[in-house]
Design a protein around this ligand. Structure first.
Ligand SMILES: [Fe+2]
Ligand SMILES: [Fe+2]
Length: 270
């Protein structure tokens, strides 16, 4: 199974370069992924003239499964309304048959209007739990903000306000892959049975310690999760090849009693 992870397009921004986005999408199409996740900051300021451009560019993605979540920049200037008008729901729960595997995917809007800080929010926990319930071969969670600090980005800020509770929840629910953006720095944290994968900025020159625009290609096989960083029109390099099966004493999924979601909530389209 192949997943393309793009984020931080920042359409309309001063350092946005449409040629980078077009090159990345052409490369993604050539790779023919089973799923494309666009993990937020599609626009630079959430303005109504920026969303149609972002939509038009993203329509070039040929993959039948494209999942979008907003980022903090998309939620500026009531951009969350324009996101919904232009692109659809800000949250999604999906069951997909990809590459012979059943994938449970939950993608959550972690942004708050006009704030750079993010929060998944307690009101989402039961909804997330429902999304991952039942049989699935792979469980994937996506949100724009980062759940773990990302090195090479300067001062730490904007990690989701409830990162600890969310990490605990996702681990308990058997999530294997977490996809985030926001820090414009490609990085992977393998933590407690999960690969927490951050994508860089795909189409801006707003880079940090890794000084190139980038996106990720993630290959999930029976036993491994391999993450490849790709520079649009440039080369690629591995961000690691991780085992899916963790020793139970390291994933410790059943040992964490800190978070218990309450069932029955439903916040968005399934
Ligand atoms: Fe961004
Ligand atoms: Fe962001």
């Amino acid at each position: 199974m192949l997943i393309a992870q793009l984020s931080d397009l920042h359409v309309g921004g001063a350092r946005y370069r449409e040629e980078l986005l077009r090159a990345a999408i052409a490369e993604v199409n050539a790779a023919a992924p089973d799923l494309v996740v666009v993990a937020g900051d599609l626009t630079d300021e959430g303005y109504p003239d920026q969303y149609p451009i972002a939509k038009q560019e993203l329509e070039a993605i040929e993959c039948p499964n494209v999942v979008l979540v907003p980022g903090n920049h998309d939620a500026r200037h009531v951009g969350y309304l324009y996101f919904e008008e232009t692109l659809g729901s800000r949250d999604s729960r999906l069951r997909l048959e990809l590459g012979g595997s059943t994938v449970a995917l939950v993608a959550v809007d972690s942004s708050k209007p006009d704030l750079d800080e993010g929060e998944v929010g307690r009101e989402h926990y039961a909804w997330i739990e429902e999304g991952f319930a039942g049989e699935a071969d792979v469980r994937i969670f996506a949100c724009h903000h980062h759940l773990m600090p990302v090195p090479g980005t300067g001062r730490e800020r904007n990690q989701v306000l409830d990162a600890g509770d969310v990490l605990s929840l996702l681990r308990r629910l058997g999530v294997e892959l977490v996809l985030s953006g926001h820090r414009h720095m490609p990085y992977v944290w393998p933590v407690a049975g999960m690969c927490i994968v951050h994508s860089g900025t795909v189409s801006t020159l707003r880079t940090r310690a890794f000084p190139h625009p980038a996106y990720n290609l993630i290959r999930i096989s029976e036993e491994r999760i391999a993450v490849e960083l790709c520079i649009p029109s440039g080369d690629g390099r591995s961000l690691g090849d991780y085992p899916r099966e963790w020793p139970p004493e390291l994933s410790a999924r059943d040992r964490d009693l800190s978070v218990r979601a309450r069932g029955g909530a439903s916040l968005a389209n399934d």
